[in-house]
Write a protein that binds this ligand. Sequence first.
Ligand SMILES: [Zn+2]
Ligand SMILES: [Zn+2]
Length: 268
Amino acid sequence: MTDYKKIDCHLHSEFSYDSEEKIENILKTAAERGLYAVALTDHCEMNAPEDSRGEPKVLEGLQKLRSLREPYSGGLIVLCGAEVGQATQNYAAANHFIETAKLDFILGSIHNTKAEEDFYFIDFSKRDPLPLYTAYLGEMLELIEWGRFDSLAHLTYPLRYITEKYGIAIDHSALYPQYDAILSLLAEKELALEVNTSSVKNGGGLCPDFTFIKRFFDLGGRRITFGSDSHQAQYIGTGIDNAREAALAAGFKNAVIYKNRSPIEVAL
Ligand SMILES: [Zn+2]
Ligand SMILES: [Zn+2]
């Protein structure tokens, strides 16, 4: 048990193409670790062809989650979410999914920009990362202009690969106007910024790091969500303590969870 209400609102199960984890294990582990709230957020990749976008699987997973969560209702808040990827590349599909799925929570993310494959696959020993990163931030801004999600997932996602995998440092100073545009619009629309802790298990930092969490607060952002982005139950909650400390240091008094797409404050 923790001495505060620990939340983990970014979790993948076998209903994502890149996870084999059973929902049973996710709920059991979250309860054993004394978490206050979790959200299942399986992948729905809007840029993919209809038959491989993942929507039916996401809905099937959520149906299963609803059938399994009852025994936990006294001690663990279990929320039905989805990670909607690349809505910018198929707004019609994203709008349709959001209108038909009964979700508590939606993470908005970009894993690949319009002209490129997932950053996961790009060989940065052969490519200049800066133009790709700039295009990525441009598409993040478009995603927020659309705005039909609750929390912006892993703002600095490409750094998982550019910096953590290839060891290439990016000079962010030239990108600050883009970051400010993103964080200001997010704050203005009262959307949340996710602090993603997926790299913590490998000795890495928060995504985005403290600089951006603080900048978001300074630009008026007051909604923040935490997620481990676990694809295996063993990592549930990993790094969330670090996210909480960073949020507190940046000035946040609360994190938020979402139920029926409405934010609920959780004291830090
Ligand atoms: Zn993601
Ligand atoms: Zn994810």
